[in-house]
Design a protein around this ligand. Structure first.
Ligand code: B12
Ligand code: SF4
Length: 483
């Protein structure tokens, strides 16, 4: 069977769309043909004319759903090809099946049940018993039960990077994306994991690790076949089991030896963990501070951490030569400008190398959305933005200043003396800071995040993607098209 995957490349930089790549591998292993095309109507039409696919597949996140759905509907109006939608948004909102143009929805982990679906689909058999699948039967939405989470992640085929061979932005990149684990032990109130764990309760472990050998084998392949010079581990939290990190540091540094960056939590940053990460080649850690107020952190965000502990751990991270990229949420429900300024001060205290601040987004179904609704702080009529940078459905007190603070935030953390003038800056137009912030971000990507020897080809690719990137431009374009 021939499957055409529509990849939403405009919301990606050099990050590879691992969900689609894993699914493609599983389908190819089962003997199907899978090709990919970017999210552009003309390109899709050309590809359909050539490939004549039997099925259209697409992976969707909540913020890009409205846009991707319109694109899919347009394609379906022109071609009578069944479609299946998967990914985080489909996982939580199978009712999108009611929208014109979506024939099947796939919830949760894909590799095993998708292949079962393809088999039934090809033989035109009924879909009863195909786990994870939602579909319309006799006018009713049917959601089959979920299959348990895959226990042995080593049994899953590596993501199919060949799928992206025709995409310039990935072909020219030398940073590759890898997941060493799936899941997270925490349940932050604003995160997809909170709902995911509820859905998969009793259906597998919250956190699953691949073996070190399996991860190292993938990284070696990336180095040898896909000219990787740096690895971006996209784990929610990079594995922190002592024996695992120790074995990883040993084998990865010997057999792969590429610098890498990854996500982690201050909670797991022990001396042993950091020592091994540094030995393996970790150059930068992306860590959530989220808010500087301990009470809010615990009661609103469901994250229990002391500021003093974070500051202590940040010192330890720096002592191992690893840079810190913090992530912060401002404009929280019940929050205020003062609260967000507390967050700014904590980032200064822990000397973040780069501190990103984002407006808190109450994604549907998350506890934080419930809180915002209960407090009457939810603006129902607002559409979800394709990014969490530019707007929020939360009714933010001091909105104007908080929005300006988002732009000023990384600049002030890098030049702490500016904090003395913060109230003045918050009352002036933000655009000059926007330009400075963008330049600082670019500089920090090169010096703190992507700390590896880039080829000229990769550098120009990064620069091109960096300037093409701002989702706000796309959002503006969408708005203009709508009006
Ligand atoms: C890497 C990553 C990114 C990358 C790349 C995103 C991408 N499209 O691949 C970048 C940095 C670009 C990114 C951006 C954003 N991200 Co992000 N990101 C992730 C992260 C850390 C890993 C994604 C991943 O590769 N997972 C591994 C693969 C294997 O899992 P998967 O994608 O879910 O795929 C599996 C199944 O869902 C299913 N499946 C997936 N697609 C399909 C399709 C079909 C047809 C089928 C049958 C099955 C299927 O099978 C796959 C294999 O089992 C996740 C957290 C996470 N743990 O997943 C957040 C996550 C996906 N991101 C999230 C968010 C909110 C964002 C941003 C809004 C943040 C921002 N900057 O504004 C943007 C949105 C960009 C956009 N509009 O699309 C949320 C999404 C929540 C939601 N309700 O949609 C997540 C879940 C984080 C979280 N914990 O809440 N992100
Ligand atoms: S630690 Fe990160 S990935 Fe884990 S639940 Fe919290 S926000 Fe989500």
């Amino acid at each position: 069977m021939k499957i055409l995957f529509i990849i939403n490349v405009s919301d990606l930089g050099f990050e590879e769309p691992l969900g689609a790549l894993y699914i493609a591998s599983a389908a190819k292993r089962a003997g199907h043909t899978v090709e990919a095309v970017e999210n552009d109507l003309a390109a899709i039409e050309t590809k359909i004319a050539r490939l004549k696919p039997d099925l259209l597949a697409i992976s969707v996140l909540t913020p890009s759903f409205p846009y991707l759905y319109k694109l899919l509907r347009e394609v379906k109006r022109r071609y009578d090809i069944p479609s299946i939608v998967g990914g985080p948004h489909a996982t939580h909102f199978p009712e999108i099946l009611k929208e014109e143009g979506i024939d099947y929805v796939f919830r949760g982990e894909g590799e095993v049940s998708f292949v079962k679906f393809l088999d039934r689909f090809e033989r035109k058999q009924p879909m009863d018993g195909v786990e994870n699948l939602s579909y319309i039967k006799d006018g009713r939405l049917v959601s089959n039960p979920l299959a348990p989470l895959i226990e042995d992640l080593d049994a899953v085929a590596f993501p199919d990077r060949e799928l992206l061979s025709g995409f310039d932005q990935f072909a020219r990149s030398d940073v590759r994306s890898v997941m060493g684990s799936r899941g997270c032990p925490y349940q932050c109130s604003y995160c997809f994991n909170n709902q995911y764990q509820g859905m998969y309760k009793d259906l597998g472990k919250k956190l699953r690790l691949r073996s070190v050998d399996n991860v190292v084998a993938e990284c070696k392949e990336l180095k040898e076949r896909y000219h990787a010079k740096m690895i971006h581990f996209f784990d929610d939290i990079f594995p922190f089991k002592s024996a695992w990190v120790e074995e990883f540091a040993e084998k990865y540094s010997r057999e792969v030896g590429l610098p890498f960056l990854t996500n982690t939590s201050f909670n797991v940053c022990s001396e042993h963990y950091l020592q091994n990460l540094a030995k393996a080649g970790c150059k930068c850690l992306l860590i959530g501070v989220e808010t500087g107020n301990e009470y809010f952190r615990e009661k609103i965000l469901f994250r229990k951490m002391k500021n003093s502990m974070m500051i202590e751990k940040a010192k330890l991270i720096h002592s191992h030569g690893i840079r810190i990229y913090t992530q912060n949420l401002i404009g929280l429900p019940y929050g205020s400008l003062e609260l967000d300024l507390e967050t700014l001060r904590v980032n200064i205290a822990l000397k973040a190398d780069y501190a990103g601040a984002y407006l808190c987004q109450p994604y549907p179904g998350t506890p934080i959305e419930r809180m915002a609704k209960e407090a009457g702080l939810f603006e129902e009529e607002k559409e979800f933005n394709r990014s969490f940078y530019y707007s929020s459905k939360i009714r933010i007190a001091d909105r104007r200043q908080v929005e300006r603070l988002r732009i000023l935030f990384p600049i002030v953390v890098n030049f702490p003396v500016l904090v003395n003038f913060i109230y003045l800056f918050l009352n002036l137009p933000a655009w000059p800071w926007g330009v400075t912030g963008k330049l600082l971000h670019g500089y920090k990507i090169k010096t703190a995040i992507l700390r590896y020897k880039m080829s000229a080809r990769a550098l120009t690719n990064h620069i091109r993607l960096f300037f093409r990137r701002p989702i706000n431009r796309m959002v503006l374009k969408e708005k203009t098209e709508q009006s």
